[in-house]
Design a protein around this ligand. Structure first.
Ligand code: TMP
Ligand code: ASP
Length: 233
């Protein structure tokens, strides 16, 4: 197949339809700007399955995504999109870079969700962006910043409830956005335990990529627990 782009965890392929691409989920796990890297058999399949289930659910709730359908164990059919070079992070509970940056403890429940923008730029190590930085770099127009923030908060409410009903705490997550061939803004990339922090509500066990980042336990075991929970109900 004709490759459009290869990232750390996925490959994008062209199809016969110029408006549709195939996302191929690899078994590669990376962290800290890919300074930590491993092949983890089964990860691609799990992330494709989990992502497809979440995208399908969001679409049914009226959230625009690039998802068309799951094609195979490792492949997802998506709409072609012009991706914005920003990552939108929403946090419900303190963790990760927020704790490091502000010197606060992990696990504090935030009174209201916190939205952050990061510059998708490996050379610069994906720095945090102020609103004015986004405009200065012309990464987004003013009204697009509002649309992305509003959509990210809507997705947060949907997913927070969805995971809560399944005994999982939705700590934080990252979204990417792009413009579809019809000009509409949509969520692109993936929504999986690679891009979300999910903790078991009873035990506090971390079931996401922090298992790999900080050697907390078998990654596949965690991701399988997430899939089992979201497949039921
Ligand atoms: P952070 O606390 O490291 O900033 O991460 C916030 C959320 O974003 C967390 O759910 C993990 C996700 N994330 C990604 O999806 N890709 C990344 O490259 C990073 C650094 C975080
Ligand atoms: N995936 C990112 C990288 O490899 C970082 C992360 O998710 O922690 O750089």
């Amino acid at each position: 197949m004709d490759k459009v782009y290869e990232g750390k965890a996925k490959i994008v392929y062209r199809t016969e339809d110029p408006d549709k691409y195939i996302l191929y989920f690899k078994d590669t796990a990376t962290a800290f700007d890919a300074t930590k890297k491993a092949q983890i058999v089964g990860k691609g399949e799990l992330n494709n399955t989990i992502s497809s289930l979440i995208f399908d659910m969001l679409e049914k709730k009226g959230i625009k995504t690039h998802f068309i359908r799951k094609l195979s164990q490792r492949e997802m059919l998506v709409w072609r999109a012009k991706r914005f070079d920003v990552e939108v992070v929403v946090r419900n509970i303190t963790a990760g870079s927020l704790c490091k940056r502000l010197g606060i403890e992990e696990g504090r429940l935030l009174h209201k969700p916190l939205v952050e923008f990061f510059y998708k730029n490996d050379t610069l190590h994906d720095p945090l962006l102020c609103y004015e930085h986004i405009l200065l770099l012309e990464l987004l127009k003013e009204e697009q910043v509002s649309v992305l923030k509003k959509t990210a908060l809507e997705v947060n409410e949907i997913l927070k409830d969805f995971f809560k009903e399944r005994g999982l705490l939705f700590v934080d997550f990252k979204l990417e956005f792009g413009e579809l061939p019809d000009g509409k803004i949509a969520i692109v990339d993936e929504i999986s335990p690679d891009t979300c922090r999910l903790w078991d509500a009873k035990t506090g066990e971390k079931l996401d990529k922090d298992r790999f980042r900080f050697d907390l336990g078998d990654l596949i075991e965690g991701y399988k627990k997430v899939l089992e929970r979201i497949q039921t109900l």
